[in-house]
Design a protein around this ligand. Sequence first.
Ligand code: GLU
Length: 512
Amino acid sequence: MNKEVRVRFAPSPTGALHIGGVRTALYNYLFARKTKGKFLLRIEDTDQTRFVPGAEEYIKESLDWLGITPDESPWNPGDCGPYRQSERKPIYMQYAMDLVEKGHAYYAFDTAEELEAMRERLTAARVVSPQYNSITRTQMKNSLTLPEDEVKARLASGEPYVIRIKIPRKEEVRLNDMIRGWVMVHSSTLDDKVLMKSDGMPTYHLANIVDDHLMGITHVIRGEEWLPSAPLHVLLYRYLGWEETMPQFAHLPLLLKPDGNGKLSKRDADKHGFPVFPMDWTDPNTGEKAMGFREQGYLKEAVINFLAFLGWNPGDHREMFTLDELVEAFSIERIGKSGTKFDINKAKWYNEQYLRAKSDQELAAYLIADLEKEGIQIEEEKAAKIAHIMKERATFPADLWKEGKFMLIAPKEFDESVASKKWNQEAVTVLNTYKEKLSAFSGDFTPEAAKNILEAAAEANGIKLGKVMQAVRLAATGVGAGPDLMAVFSIIGKDELINRISYALAQLPVQG
Ligand code: GLU
């Protein structure tokens, strides 16, 4: 029997979770559900200098909002906690020591000034990327170059040190990425990364490998920006004796700017006025604000569907997928290698589809909430009717009110460009007759009734209804276009319609 799949999302709480991170979480979630495995969340907070208060709560709330809550996390721990690396601090040193003892890592005592001097020396010698590596380490102050006694003495005296990995000089490091296939890197291009810092905290690289191992992670699904670190991670698994159970890697394609030129950034978002974060965020240190999909009126179903398609496709023409349907259809094989353009219009399109799929009652709730903010009371039945005719024209729930305001508030002004073209004697004649006929009408004012009476008013004057229709709309709504007018009339009601027509007739002078 195959081992249970265990995947993890491992964000660092250094600010608002970027939408690319949410996509990574989503793909991990989908893969876990699809394979009946577990989806873990681990907070990678070993870099205390980059810790931002509130960032962890932001991650939790974002995932909860979207319905991709992890099975194990700091807030819902399983058997392999703690799930915050800062709380796992005592675990890591033994593994670093194991590597030192096996000769795969070493102590380094170089000061910041000495490291800087090394970089300057190499830069002067025209070395393109000056690094602490298999060549330069031979000239530095470490346990490979210093006599054993001196190393012991330095350690005993409490001198600060770091532990670095000893990258082999000439070796081909290979890994089989589930998305990219075989990736090969020559070890001479890798540097001797720090594994343990002088403050006793592990770096990302060591903590990540130790934790993935101890937490039984079977697949590492993460962003492409981590691909360059993967060969180092493979070496760590090997040196720690865990190569047999090393997780499989899947590096997700980059999210690109809308024009496809370069990585998507917050700057693009600000420039074009679209969100790249799941929720609103204010940086507690700088006060800088970022807008979120949620507050902009995106529905969670739309965000999930949109994100799923940023790098994955089902292999056919279907585009609409609920979270459960995504679980069913998802496979890592169908994730592309190349970067995906971030097209906000697609997100809007999804939002429109999901908004329209909601019942009138659900939409009425949005409308009622928006109206309450403006101190306007409305019956649920009426709100549902308004929502019903407005939903075809709305992208966001707030549009129901923004675009449908005229249903509850009579126009005080009239669109000048429509008035100048369409407001004429014929329109005035038909509207006067319509008003009279409406006053005389006492039945149920359905859309059909509104239409029949209007047709009768036009006919009585020998005027074609089509010629005056836009003027009729202008009189009742103040603008020249909108949803089904007879449905609008039925909702605003006969008396209100008569008032509106009277007002328009009094306000608008007849054009020549
Ligand atoms: N802590 C890393 C990040 O912030 C995790 C990378 C990984 O998944 O290995 O993205």
